[in-house]
Design a protein around this ligand. Structure first.
Ligand SMILES: [Fe+2]
Length: 192
């Protein structure tokens, strides 16, 4: 028996999508310049810009399709998902842009089955993703692998990371002079 094990999946975007990454950087900078979205501190973001409801936008359809491609990959993980079941999903996605000196405070998305991020632009030293086990007592434990450890995910352009929404997470300070751009998402899953 393996109690309370927790998956985290990394999926690389497909080659065709990788070719379009820079066009999304341009589009996102244009949307910001045009006054869309919210500047400043929003939810967990500090010193950045956020645009919600990306899942409803036609101009970001390939981004949302790429996230669903990633989801299809993780649904094949038989350790977690039942291959005999059909899973229905609901996606919400948004843009996070972090300026120099910005970061994300620790938080969770516990109402959602799976949360994650697709990295669009991550300059060197623009902040790593930190994952924390939300069980407080585990930090006093000394036997099980990774118990109480802070898990560090190094971002990479075109990488998608998926994890259960209850996992606590934060993003380090952007120490780069350039902005850091990612598409964050929540996925609600139900099975038939
Ligand atoms: Fe988050």
């Amino acid at each position: 028996m393996d109690l309370f094990s927790t998956p985290l999946w990394e999926v690389n975007c497909r080659d065709e999508f990788m070719k379009s990454l820079s066009s999304y950087v341009q589009l996102i900078n244009k949307l910001r310049k045009d006054g869309e979205g919210d500047e400043g501190d929003n939810r967990s973001n500090r010193n950045g810009w956020r645009l919600d409801n990306v899942n409803l936008r036609d101009d970001f359809k390939p981004v949302n399709d790429e996230i669903i491609y990633g989801l299809s990959g993780i649904l094949a993980d038989k350790k977690v998902f039942d291959p005999s079941k059909k899973y229905n999903y609901r996606l919400e996605s948004w843009i996070n842009l972090t300026n120099k000196g910005g970061y994300n405070t620790i938080h969770h998305h516990a109402l959602w089955s799976v949360s994650g991020v697709l990295y669009i632009k991550c300059p060197k030293n623009s902040g790593r993703l930190l994952i924390k086990d939300p069980r407080p007592a585990v930090f006093f434990h000394n036997l099980l692998p990774k118990a109480g450890e802070q898990i560090v995910i190094q971002p990479k352009e075109g990488l998608m990371v998926f994890f259960p929404g209850f996992l606590e997470h934060a993003v380090e300070l952007n120490k780069s002079r350039k902005e850091r751009i990612s598409i964050a998402f929540n996925i609600g899953l139900t099975s038939e």
